[in-house]
Design a protein around this ligand. Structure first.
Ligand code: SAH
Length: 466
């Protein structure tokens, strides 16, 4: 007899028992896993099958029949449409517990580490004290609503339609004032929003960045043109806004982007008023952030992450340290104060320029930076110059480290390797390689940088096996 599988548009009742790597609920129906966005562990839900595959299906949450005890009232009315937050309807404590388990499961399943070892060495995840308003950077797409009025908001998950919302609860509260002023200004002067379908219109995105430690705010308009009309009146209006506490706008700019592309920013930014950058601090290190530069988006948790990496690095002032995937040199500069010498490697040339500049404004002279792929720069330097490391820190993108990079790290025989990771699955894969090549995991800890999303950072310390 042929087995009956569910098919598209079937409506089924499912108990959500687990969550997938992006924070989607997972339940079983006729023995097959069904992935349900917006469903939470513990929900009993009515689910409509939207895509039925051979061994699993995707469903849409139609109705929560019996809510999970971990359900909370989400702050944002748009959390289901918007692509930004996947698990806002789950209590923050449960989010942390889930992230912690996700790390452990990956290290066990992919990394081959024993549960007993993990229970012994994993320290409790570092969560946020305030899991809202933590982001220092937001890029709002600008569009036009059906009445022809300009709107700002966020892209609905996986689409380019804008969910109008000037009050995202992950960003600073005053962004709402700033955005509403910009929209009113566009309306008053009939400045059209960009329309990506026909390439017409002017304003594409608004970028707002805030230095949490300094209160400095940058506003940058991404425009489909070379100039912005009435820019003097625009700047005066922005500067006249009343903002909370010590916050103040110190940099207003435009970034021309005339291409038909998903890339948000243009190639350059032109200052309309004020400085071409804002400044901020992570710990005692000062950073100069221009509209185009990369900077960590959650500075409060980033400081905790870097302090942990620094602690794991165990520096006494005598060490030579390599910081691979160094970005604008944030970790390198953090380590430099406690090391003899730090070398950073990063693939993006502009980031290395920023790293050098950041070293200079902090009077740090024992940090040197190289542009290139870690998996090319490190082996080349090792073959040619027999470079040396007491400690190697890596902080790669989601795909993890290239094997050529790991291989060179092992051959350099550092005492310690500190692995900072934004994807515990690739972390686990790389730990396995390092484990098979003479290193053992000594400590590990999750740090939540992105509350309400499915992401979590992990820091792991490995030591040369005795
Ligand atoms: N450590 C930095 C940045 C980490 S993000 C910080 O904390 O801010 C990862 C960085 O790796 C990015 O800056 C990215 O540009 C860089 N990168 C990506 N692939 C790389 C490669 N193959 N070699 C070197 N750097 C790379």
């Amino acid at each position: 007899m042929e087995q009956t599988y569910f098919k598209k548009n079937d409506v089924v009742t499912i108990t959500i028992e687990d969550m997938g790597s992006d924070g989607e609920g997972v339940g079983k129906c006729q023995g097959y896993p069904v992935f349900v966005k917006d469903a939470i562990i513990g929900d009993v839900a009515e689910v409509k099958i939207v895509k039925a595959k051979k061994n699993y299906a995707y469903g849409r949450l139609e109705k929560v029949l019996k809510p999970s005890s971990f359900r909370v009232e989400p702050k944002c009315p748009f959390h289901r449409q918007c692509g930004g937050c996947q698990i806002q309807a789950m209590s923050y404590e449960k989010q942390l517990e889930w992230k912690e388990n996700k790390i452990k499961n990956n290290l066990q399943r992919i990394g081959g580490l024993s549960g007993e070892l993990l229970d012994r060495i994993m320290e409790p995840i570092i969560g946020m004290e305030e899991p809202y308003h933590y982001r220092n950077k937001a890029q709002y797409p600008i569009g036009t609503d059906k009445n022809g009025k300009p709107v700002a908001g966020f892209y609905a998950g996986r689409t380019h339609s804008i969910v109008a919302n000037t009050d995202c609860c992950l960003g600073p509260k005053e962004n709402k004032n700033i955005l509403e002023f910009i929209l009113a200004f566009m309306e008053k002067h009939a400045i059209p929003a960009y329309d990506e379908k026909n390439g017409k219109g002017l304003v594409r995105h608004v970028l707002i960045r805030t230095g949490f430690a300094t209160g400095e705010i940058m506003v940058c308009l991404v425009i489909n043109g070379k100039t912005f009309p009435k820019s003097r009146e625009f700047a005066d209006g922005l500067l006249g806004l009343t903002l909370e506490g010590e916050k103040r706008i110190v940099s207003i700019s435009v970034s021309p982007n005339m291409r038909n592309t998903n890339v948000i920013m243009g190639d350059r930014a032109e200052t309309l008023w004020g400085k071409p950058y804002i400044e901020d601090y992570i710990g005692e290190i000062k950073f100069r952030i221009s509209p185009l530069s990369f900077y960590q988006v959650n500075p409060v948790q980033t400081e905790k992450l870097y302090r942990l990496a620094l602690e794991y690095a165990g520096l006494t002032g005598k060490e030579t340290v390599w910081d691979l995937y160094c970005g604008i040199g944030t970790i390198s500069l953090f380590l430099a104060k406690k090391a003899k010498q730090v070398y950073g490697v990063e693939i993006v040339p502009q980031a290395i320029r920023d790293a050098k500049e950041n070293a200079k404004i902090n009077q740090i002279e024992n940090a040197e930076f190289f542009v290139g792929k870690a998996e090319e720069v490190l082996p080349a330097k090792f073959e040619e110059e027999r470079i040396y490391a007491d400690v190697i820190v890596v902080d790669p993108p989601r795909k993890g480290c290239d094997e050529a990079c790991l291989n060179t790290m092992v051959r350099m025989k550092p005492e310690r390797i500190v692995y900072v990771s934004c994807d515990s699955a690739t972390l686990a894969r790389d730990l396995k390689y390092l484990g098979e090549n003479g290193y053992e995991v000594v400590r590990g800890r999750g740090v939540d940088q992105f509350g309400h999303s499915g992401h979590v950072e992990t820091v792991v310390l490995m030591s040369k096996a005795k």
